[in-house]
Design a protein. Structure first.
Length: 632
């Protein structure tokens, strides 16, 4: 059905005159419909139309044919898909109100107009069908189909950036708003309720879908799935039922590339991810997909589930470090979307009560309906040794508290030990004592610091013959510069815990030897002090001054040959004993020779004990006897 340009113009002139006559009797869209019929009749059966009165389509198909009702055929009749066919663009849309096909809501009709292919158009923005080769007639030449390519009309809410479009080729129909299907469409509404009952078999294809993930979560269920109407690319509705009672309606419009691969004509945006709050108890949850007409539904899932109102959570970890215990996890309460309270018990005693309000990325991903801020990370102080840690999430509404469980954990011990002697000679330091760590049966390391610099690290693994056998140390450091030197001994932990300073003192390290304190230790009823002969640098004898608890107690002077070995009476209890000497001559500052914390037993005790004794000496006399191992 082709025509020359001249004949197309003449037929158009006749159509305009007939349309002008009808315009006084019908609305604007009716004029356009009737004008289009005239054009169709002139193109298909001009002689019949001119010679006889009656409608244009009556000249071709008869008065009662569907092709005669003045409306354009649905696109699914032409192509099998409820969308604009290739070579067309949405030119506008209208709606009907209260459509039974959309559950009593609006139903939307979208015009698919032919392209103009470079042709110009008049003031109404519509060009001739000849520009795109669009013919006018009953769809597929069948009078039982509505017309196609005949109506030169454009509502204009869609693709406003395209200045010219041709005749309406077909219509798309949906219960979804056009601007949600095609972003070029505006929300400006036009209404034509005369099309309320229009339908075609191709629009009545059943929707399909499925539920890929169904899981009970606090306070309800979470459903992840998809739903598609094979007749349209538009997202469709999904209804969720509780015991066949509808409780939620949503639109399946989430991105699902896998569904796009199954239904390439419909595209990938047909997924849903929903949470539905349900009452506690056994529930039957059903899901139905609603087709684009709004009337046909397809059951896509049924499942029984038990909803429990209790709080929900998990204790991720319980760990221990120096003097503390740390518990990490989350807890949430379906009755309370805000933070819940978490109680932490250590050995059955409440150690902390905190709000579980920290962000958790896993909750944001897996339980989006509950919100992500339900994590806890709490640290409580704890003594060294084994402990049992329990965590409880408190339920706000009905239901019971949530026992997140108990975990055993061991807080590491700090190492312990004693510096029993600390002596010096010309350029040399000697340190003896013991050290151990209760976190391990093996030896620990000790470090010797001089003026804040580590100069030696060694294992405390020497035999002793007492309860600390296998944990002794006896280390000599050479090359120490003369002068006052701050010396510290530090035990290093093996199983965790803090470094432990076993003792520190300021010692006189000389270039020549002048004497040595041999012992400061508990004795029956007092403290025993033993020393080699101590001389000043000028060769004269130096007395030893003894301070007890910071107060002067005695001045001791030994013989030039054997030194001294004396016991000073002290009352029962703990005492700090310091031994000092002036070795650089009268009126000079004294050196601390030795110090110890001494525990003196009461009357009747056979032997006193020294506690954490620490000796500091001046340079030793050449050939002096070795320093004996003190008692701990």
């Amino acid at each position: 059905m082709t025509a020359t340009v001249g004949s197309e113009r003449r037929r158009g002139s006749l159509a305009e005159r007939v349309g002008g006559f009808l315009e006084r009797r019908v609305d604007r869209r009716g004029v356009l419909r009737r004008g289009a019929m005239v054009g169709t009749a002139m193109a298909v059966a001009p002689a019949t139309y001119v010679a006889r009165p009656g409608t244009a389509y009556g000249a071709v198909c008869g008065r009662n044919a569907l092709c005669n009702d003045g409306y354009t055929e649905f696109c699914c009749t032409l192509s099998g898909a409820n969308r604009c066919p290739p070579g067309t663009s949405l030119g506008g849309w209208w709606k009907v109100d209260g459509s039974s096909f959309c559950g009593g809501g609006p139903r939307y009709y979208m015009d698919c107009n032919a392209a103009c292919n470079g042709c110009g158009c008049g003031g109404n923005g519509v060009c001739s069908g000849a520009c795109s080769g669009t013919t006018c007639g009953c769809a597929f030449g069948d009078c039982n189909n509505r017309k196609a390519g005949c109506t030169n009309f454009r509502y204009g809410q869609c693709n406003q950036g395209i200045p010219c479009l041709g005749p309406i080729v077909c219509r798309v129909v949906t219960c979804t708003e056009p601007w949600r299907i095609d972003g070029s469409c505006t929300t400006a509404a036009r209404t034509d309720n005369a099309t309320r009952y229009h339908s075609r078999p191709c629009l009545e294809v059943d929707a399909v879908g499925g539920v890929n993930n169904f899981v009970a979560v606090p306070g309800g269920v979470r459903l992840i799935g998809w739903a598609v109407d094979p007749g349209t690319p538009a997202p469709i509705s999904v209804v969720i039922y509780d015991c066949f009672r509808p409780v939620a309606t949503l639109t399946a419009a989430d991105l699902r590339p896998d569904i796009g691969n199954l239904f390439p004509a419909q595209g990938p945006n047909h997924g849903f991810d929903a949470f539905v709050r349900l009452c506690p108890g056994e529930r039957l949850v059903s899901v139905a997909a609603v087709d684009s007409s709004g009337q046909g539904t397809t059951w896509i899932h049924h499942q029984m589930v038990r909803i429990i109102p209790n709080a929900h959570g998990h204790l991720d970890s319980v760990t221990a470090s120096e003097g503390r215990i740390r518990a990490v996890g989350f807890v949430l309460d379906p009755d309370n979307l805000g933070p819940s309270t978490v109680d932490v018990f250590v050995d059955g005693v409440l150690a902390a009560s905190v709000r579980a309000d920290l962000y958790r990325a896993d909750l944001a991903r897996d339980l989006p309906h509950m919100g992500p801020n339900h994590g806890f990370d709490v640290t409580v102080p704890a003594s060294p040794g084994p402990h049992n840690v329990c965590v409880v999430g408190r339920n706000v509404g009905g239901g019971t508290d949530l026992d997140l469980g108990c975990r055993p954990v061991a807080v590491p011990y700090d190492p312990v030990g004693v510096v029993e002697s600390l002596t010096s000679s010309a350029g040399t330091l000697r340190v003896t004592g013991w050290a151990l760590d209760q976190d391990t049966t093996g030896p620990v390391r000790v470090r010797i610091d001089v003026d804040g610099v580590a100069v030696r690290t060694a294992l405390a693994d020497r035999s002793r013959g007492d309860q600390y056998d296998g944990h002794g140390f006896d280390e000599t450091v050479t090359g120490v510069a003369p002068g006052e030197r701050a010396v510290c001994v530090v035990a290093l932990p093996e199983g965790g815990g803090y470094d432990r300073i076993l003792g520190c003192n300021v010692l006189a390290v000389g270039s020549v030897a002048v004497g040595q304190v041999l012992a400061v230790e508990a004795a029956p009823g007092g403290v025993r002090i033993a020393a080699t002969p101590v001389t000043r640098t000028d060769g004269s004898p130096a007395p030893l001054r003894v301070l007890v608890d910071g107060n002067f107690r005695a001045s001791l002077r030994g013989t030039a040959d054997t030194g001294l070995d004396e016991t000073l009476a002290l009352p029962p209890g703990d005492h700090e004993v310091q031994v000092l000497a002036v070795v650089d001559g009268p009126r000079t500052l004294p050196y601390l020779m030795a110090s110890a914390n001494v525990q003196v037993d009461g009357p009747g005790s056979a032997q006193g004990t020294a506690s954490a004794a620490t000796s500091a000496t001046a340079p030793a006399v050449p050939g002096a006897p070795p320093v004996p191992t003190g008692s701990a």
